[in-house]
Design a protein around this ligand. Structure first.
Ligand SMILES: *Cc1c(COP(=O)(O)O)cnc(C)c1O
Length: 466
């Protein structure tokens, strides 16, 4: 019944538009012109749209990332390049000291990237073959890959769709005798319920490594994320809020752990307190994950911007959230009660197509992009991707686990995350951090663009169906 109704209205619509000669404008690519300033001939959308707030308004020029100021940023970096000392030395040490101070921990070891910061921290805590590590599915691919790389098995706990973070109430049911660690992620830079997670970890004697790779300066109860667990890991990759191209860091108050991580990241050569424990020299198992001097130099110049930029992002995000909340079908992230600061690597919200006349998320994203607002549907369902089966089929996994433990169908069943499936496959939409560095009127532009799509949802939907 619904079907035939839909067909009828659609036929009527097509007929109407053929009569006015606008039929050919109804393809996907015409969405931008449908919503643009020039009114497409024959479709009286503009008229239906009172106060078309975008007409005459320039599309915002979003901040280009990374920010690079030749005058202030190049001299210190060029100095390092000209020194000829490019391998780890005093500039890396300077950055580590600055990062530990910024986050508020006793120690910091930098690494080649955030992925390897997590591998190094997990190795430092002796998480490995046979262990299970609890992680959220709503994260970047690096999180589960870091777990697999240590030989441990990722165990997924479903997402709280309101916050986009791991659902703390579902963690305990996933704990088994093999569980060794929780690797919570502060995704988007929005803190997860790390206080709740630490309670569970203490109760079950688990170690915690925080994936704070998107959460530089985020806080819970005025304490920086990355400082709650045994270790916190950060990324300084090009797109991140403090970019070096590639780079990562582990922070901790556990000085032995920092020394173990340092040793591991430097070919296993015993460092600091590890000398007394294992003997000096080539006494430990390790690899090489060292940052370079010029990366650290870039990091030091970028670090100068982080505080002020973080404040701007948070102000814009709060404003944008308050405005978007009033649009039916747009549900921005929620913050947990104790969150005191958010880094906003991403601005996430849920899109409910029911409130947009059934306009699909893909169509919404296309229309919003056409309005000049870059946006994305975000992460895929990591718990269902083939890389896990591929790891299970590896020689190492077959030696570390029993065939029963590697039963992939059972694993899939145990790791189902239905809330996360909805988020990834249907509802999530993001803006990236550079968008939040715009002006107040840029935020208003985003709101106007979404309001416009909301008002014209039916027409956009039909135009994309034909
Ligand atoms: C970027 C990122 C990482 C990994 O960082 P790289 O530096 O790219 O290796 C890990 N986890 C999350 C959530 C990230 O966003």
């Amino acid at each position: 019944m619904k079907q035939s109704n839909k067909k009828n209205t659609r036929r009527k619509f097509i007929k109407q538009n053929l009569l006015t000669g606008a039929g050919t404008m109804l393809g996907m690519h015409s969405v931008s012109s449908l919503l643009g300033n020039e009114s497409p001939k024959g479709i009286n959308i503009q008229a239906a749209q009172e106060g078309s707030s975008l007409s005459g308004q320039q599309k915002p020029q979003w901040v280009k990332w990374p920010v690079w100021d030749v005058a202030t940023d190049e001299p210190p970096v060029v100095e390092v390049l000209r020194s000829g000392v490019w391998s780890r030395a005093k500039v890396v040490e300077q950055f580590e000291a600055a990062w530990a101070k910024t986050i508020g921990t006793k120690g910091c070891v930098t690494t080649v990237n955030g992925t390897n910061a997590m591998i190094c921290a997990l190795a430092g805590l002796e998480v490995g073959g046979g262990d299970e590590v609890i992680i959220p599915p709503y994260t970047f691919i690096a999180t589960p890959q870091a777990v697999l790389q240590t030989g441990a098995m990722p165990v997924f706990v479903d997402t709280d769709p309101e916050t986009f973070q791991i659902d703390v109430n579902k963690i305990e049911e996933k704990i088994t005798p093999r569980t060794r660690a929780i690797l919570p992620v502060h995704i988007a830079g929005i803190p997860c319920d790390i206080e709740g997670i630490m309670k569970i970890a203490r109760k079950h004697n688990l170690v915690v490594v925080e994936d704070a790779c998107q959460a530089w300066l985020s806080e819970v109860s005025h304490k920086k994320v990355g400082t709650f667990g045994n270790a916190g890991c950060f990324s300084f990759q090009n797109s991140k809020n403090i970019p070096m191209g590639e780079g990562g860091a582990i922070v901790s108050d556990d000085e032995q752990l920092i020394d173990r991580c340092y040793s591991y990241h430097n070919y296993g050569i015993a460092h600091g307190s590890m000398v007394a424990k294992h003997g000096a020299g080539l006494s430990m198992f390790g690899t090489k994950l060292r940052l370079t001097e010029y990366q650290a130099a870039i990091g030091l110049v970028q670090l100068k911007r982080l505080e002020a930029q973080t404040t701007i992002r948070a102000e814009n995000a709060a404003y944008l959230k308050s405005r978007l909340e009033s649009i039916p079908g747009i549900i921005p992230y929620k913050l947990y009660d104790h969150v005191t600061r958010v880094s906003f690597h991403l601005f996430p919200f849920r899109y409910k197509k029911e409130a947009f006349r059934g306009l699909t998320r893909a169509a919404f994203l296309k229309a919003l992009s056409a309005e000049g607002v870059p946006c994305s549907s975000g992460y895929v369902t990591l718990n269902t991707q083939p890389f896990i089966a591929n790891a299970f089929q590896s020689k190492n996994f077959k030696k570390m686990y029993s065939p029963k433990q590697l039963d992939y169908n059972k694993y899939m069943e145990r790791n189902r995350c239905p809330q996360n499936d909805i988020l990834c496959n249907e509802e999530a939409v993001w803006f990236t951090q550079n968008i939040l560095l715009g002006s107040r009127s840029d935020m208003d532009y985003i709101v106007a663009a979404i309001e416009k799509i909301h008002k014209n949802a039916e027409a956009i939907k039909r135009s994309q169906e034909s």
